[in-house]
Design a protein around this ligand. Sequence first.
Ligand SMILES: [Zn+2]
Length: 481
Amino acid sequence: MILGVLEHLEPKKVFKYFDEICKIPHGSYHCKAISDFCVQFAKERGLFVLQDEYYNVIIKKEASPSHAGKTPLILQGHLDMVCQKEQGCTIDLQKDGLKLQVDDDYISAEGTTLGGDDGIAIAYCLAILDDDLIEHPPLEVVFTTEEEVGMEGAAGLDTSILNGKHLINIDSEEEGILLSACAGGTTIKVEIPLEYEQRQEHMWEISISGLQGGHSGTEIDKNHGNAHKMMGEILSSVSNLTIHRLWGAKDQKDNAIPYECHCRIAVRDIKEFEKQLDILEKRWKEQYKESEPDFYIERKDLGIGTESFLTAKSKDALIIFLSKVNDGIYTMSQDIEGLVESSSNLGILTMDEEKAVFSFGVRSSVPSFKEEIAGKIEKLAKETGGIYIRKNDYPAWEYRENSMLREMFLKAYREIYRTDMKVEAIHAGLECGIFASKIDDIDIVSFGPDIFDIHTVQERMSIASVKRTWELLLKIIEEFP
Ligand SMILES: [Zn+2]
């Protein structure tokens, strides 16, 4: 076997398999090749293996002789990676392997994402399965697909073949942190039908720009302005106004906080409107002093012309919905300090000749709050004549009072590093939620080595951290009762 730049790195087998994986293109929705590779790997070693129609792979290995009779342990990671590349990079991420490079303590890929998320999980598992000297209980290794695009593999997986009641998910990116809970979520779309009339008016274009945006799960508590909601406040601040168009950024997503919003309107009293605009702008400059240093409002005079404007009824419906609908943090956790428990994010706003479309990412680690938020949006949609559509529900992974795995990790970490591992929860979805919903009373933890700037071309993984995380994983496997 020809090894590349990782050849001299320890642990040898882990990096050998990581190197192998990086040679096989494995972006989301292109997992067949890497899935087949894992199946072939298992067959060559005489291990039980199963591949399903999602290209998920389950490999089982019997306990080593000294651990015979112990209960099975599930190890889990995802096969797919986010494919991003630099402008001008000639690598075809659907056909070519990655160009790995080592710089000091970091592995990265030249011009592209590395896929340490979650290739390192696959590498750890293959290294364990390949080694007959490691002492371990019966192992059930689960590799899922399309985690990065909605966790479709895990959602479709038939877990009835798994006997384990303890699962280690290796898909966290911060060493020393043990994840023990995550949020569930749903996507909600509301369509409000619109009617227009032709009118001659003096039109203005108002833009809110320069906001930070960010991930609607992990950054919802960073005091970032939501451009759509801010526009809602502007439009509801004066009464004599008509709307021609209203729109968000080109690349808006329901799981991203919107960083800009635009509208074309006509107002009866421009002086009064500008006064209101100044008041709001001043308030926001104060409110977002630290978190939104680059935000600004633009006003453009488009002159007098004949255009289609919303009828008064449509305009009222639109403004009421936009200004009143829930957005941002809804509740904070009582159990875990600083954890956002539930939230919504009005991420998408579009408008055409027939309708305005609003799309929300709703998250909560408590299922009833998810329902409460969804219920409020639905009620307001009904009141404003809108159509309510809900899709892509994914379950929360709720914090367990008693977790043997968590105790084992905390103890082992303390023994090795003489310091405490931090137990945390995140306000975003993990596959753990799906496993928790499918397997009764399952005990789950999630951990992993330091990987920085995941999902970007700057992604890099710490070699030393991979080694320490490997040692911790082996200790847990060896001590698993
Ligand atoms: Zn991942």
